[in-house]
Design a binder for this molecule. Structure first.
Ligand SMILES: Cc1cc2nc3c(=O)[nH]c(=O)nc-3n(C[C@H](O)[C@H](O)[C@H](O)COP(=O)(O)OP(=O)(O)OC[C@H]3O[C@@H](n4cnc5c(N)ncnc54)[C@H](O)[C@@H]3O)c2cc1C
Length: 539
């Protein structure tokens, strides 16, 4: 079912570019990797949109790291492991929490707008953290502040070649190594073969697989799908995190109301005005996201309403406006006053714990291919990510990739420019734009209806059949980014559903109403997928 290359043979010979390293994606993971790698290597950073069109740019709450006297990497480790519901890879978590504080301090040196009081970083509280440890910038504008600072470092202080509006279609492989990627220039329609000794995937998540998500339009799972097509292992795909407090509005991307608001004391209320999380978890509203979402689903089922309320009215208007300027303004635009109104919220698709499986150096199972950030599955999040650990993951593991690149590139004897690539046929057919749009709608509808916060076998089987039908109804893709994205979303969706069907238990973000309890005896392990080489060759 999966095609090893989306691209078919082109009419004319594509142009070629040669680099030591290409980085695909311009979020925190890609920018960190590109700036670091360019100190030694010839680097290109490729983005299918403009530099700032990323999930990173939208991040509000901040970055978690043990930065205060009352905190320690050990405490951060314990909180991360507890939230991960038995599936975190401890070695990776150890690295995250121990290297995290230095990486965040380095970031604060180039990003002056981290919030401070008397010279010290102000640290916020968030769900399932036992102490305040979230560094934030511009109040609730951490992502845009950090992304802008990193983009400035890239543009002014490094020699990275930045290629915007360049859609990476497929990875190039030769002799079991990744040797770069094929891209489509979205302005000229020209394809280019970008050869590189090492390739870093930093393409972010796949929230667009659902009808309603906090993720931006670019989060279409391209990196996961292209890595899978190229023969890399993907894993933990069933673990999709739903965030408890998406603004209930029906328009995607859904505006997220940061967990830091609950960190400052905001309540979750049901339709009777009761704080329903009290007694459900010792940290009440600040329990882990999966626990809060599960209870929200129960409350909405009981009340027959599709949302519950977030209430910050008791926290004081001055603090709310100062600490959460973005949330305050965006809510005002939508007709809500954070100081005086209860805000309707509902769980919404937010983050992908699964992705391209890596080791502790960001190396995937395909030599020459690294992955960092949300596209990667380093194992630090297990079955449920601890809030504000994802920006940190991108920082820490991209730094490790940069360190490993030196070893990898030096060890490669073959020059990629001498390698020959056979692009696959047959000639492209292409789908009509309206069929692609309709296919996308159908995919999201079936995922939302059957593979959301609470799952069961009947719904999952229905979704799998529907996705397969949709796949079979499509012609092979032409030279169009929307088509490529639909194919990539299909690959991601099918693997989410397959893994969710296989995992007959409830764990972390994966809730099965037909298997409501965790089953350590049978399921305390990861589910991985890899396209076999025979299957790749046969296509
Ligand atoms: C609203 C919101 C708030 C959040 N708040 C926080 C928070 O406070 N703290 C926290 O830790 N996490 C937060 N998260 C999660 C976090 O922001 C993301 O997990 C993280 O930013 C992902 O970074 P990244 O570098 O992996 O990818 P992204 O920032 O998503 O960047 C992906 C890049 O890849 C490019 N790309 C994708 N496909 C292709 C392709 N085919 N060809 C070329 N380029 C491609 C995109 O154009 C983009 O440049 C939040 C997420 C959301 C949605």
């Amino acid at each position: 079912m999966t095609r090893p290359y989306l691209l078919a043979a082109t009419d004319s010979e594509p142009a070629k570019r040669f680099y030591d390293v290409i980085v695909i994606g311009s979020g925190i993971a890609g920018l960190t990797a590109a700036v670091g790698a360019a100190r030694k290597w010839k680097v290109a950073l490729i983005s299918k949109s403009v530099l700032r069109d990323t999930t990173t740019f939208l991040a509000q709450g901040g970055i978690a790291a043990a930065l205060s006297d009352q905190d320690s990497p050990q405490l951060h480790f314990e909180d991360t492991i507890r939230a991960g519901a038995g599936l975190c890879k401890e070695e990776a978590v150890n690295i995250l929490v121990n290297e995290g504080p230095s990486r965040v301090r380095e970031l604060t040196e180039i990003c002056p707008r981290f919030d401070r009081a008397g010279g010290d970083l102000v640290l916020g509280a968030e769900g399932a953290h036992t102490v305040p440890r979230i560094a934030h910038a511009g109040g609730d504008a951490t992502g845009s502040e950090v992304a802008s600072a990193l983009a400035q470092a890239l543009e002014t202080g490094s020699r990275v070649q930045v290629l915007e509006h360049e859609f990476v279609v497929d990875l190039l492989t030769n002799g079991g190594h990744c040797i770069g990627a094929i891209s489509l220039n979205l302005k000229t329609g020209a394809f280019t073969l970008n050869f590189a000794t090492a390739t870093v995937l930093a393409t972010g998540g796949s929230g667009q697989v659902y009808s309603l998500t906090t993720n931006p339009r670019v989060a279409t799972g391209d990196g996961m799908a292209m890595a899978y097509r190229a023969g890399a292992t993907i894993g933990d795909m069933e673990f999709v995190q739903f965030h408890p407090t998406g603004l209930y509005s029906g328009e995607s991307p859904i505006f997220l109301i940061t967990e830091a608001l609950r960190g400052e004391g905001a309540y979750l209320l049901n339709h009777l005005g009761e704080r329903f999380m009290v007694g459900v978890h010792p940290q009440a509203e600040l329990g882990p996201r999966d626990v809060v979402v599960k209870e929200m689903v129960r409350q909405t089922q009981e009340s027959g309403q599709e949302f519950i309320y977030l209430d910050a009215t008791h926290l004081g208007c001055t603090m709310l406006k100062e600490r959460f300027p973005t949330v305050y303004e965006r809510l005002q635009e939508k007709g809500y006053d954070l100081c005086h109104d209860r805000i309707p919220v509902a769980p919404v698709c937010h983050y992908m714990m699964g992705g391209v499986v890596t080791d502790i150096w960001g190396r995937t199972t395909l030599p020459g291919l690294y992955a960092s950030g949300e596209v990667a599955c380093t194992g630090v999040h297990g079955a449920n990510r601890l809030a504000s650990n994802s920006l940190l993951e991108g920082l820490v593991f991209s730094d490790r990739i940069v360190r490993d690149l030196d070893k990898y590139i030096s060890s490669m004897e073959e020059e990629v420019r001498r390698l020959h690539i056979d692009l696959p046929g047959p000639a492209r057919e292409g789908n009509r734009a309206e069929d692609v749009a309709e296919g996308l709608k159908r995919l999201r509808k079936t995922m939302t209806a059957n593979v959301g916060t609470v799952r069961n076998e009947e719904g999952l089987v229905r979704a799998l059949n529907d996705l397969r039908d949709l796949h079979n109804s499509l012609k092979s893709p032409g030279a169009d980014a929307d088509e490529y994205e639909l194919y990539n979303l299909l690959t991601v969706a099918i693997h989410i559903v397959k893994a969710a069907l296989l995992r007959q238990e409830s764990r972390g973000a994966h809730l099965r109403e037909d298997f409501p309890e965790p089953d350590d005896e049978n399921w305390k392990h990861h589910i991985n997928f890899r396209l076999k080489s025979e299957e790749r060759a046969a296509k």
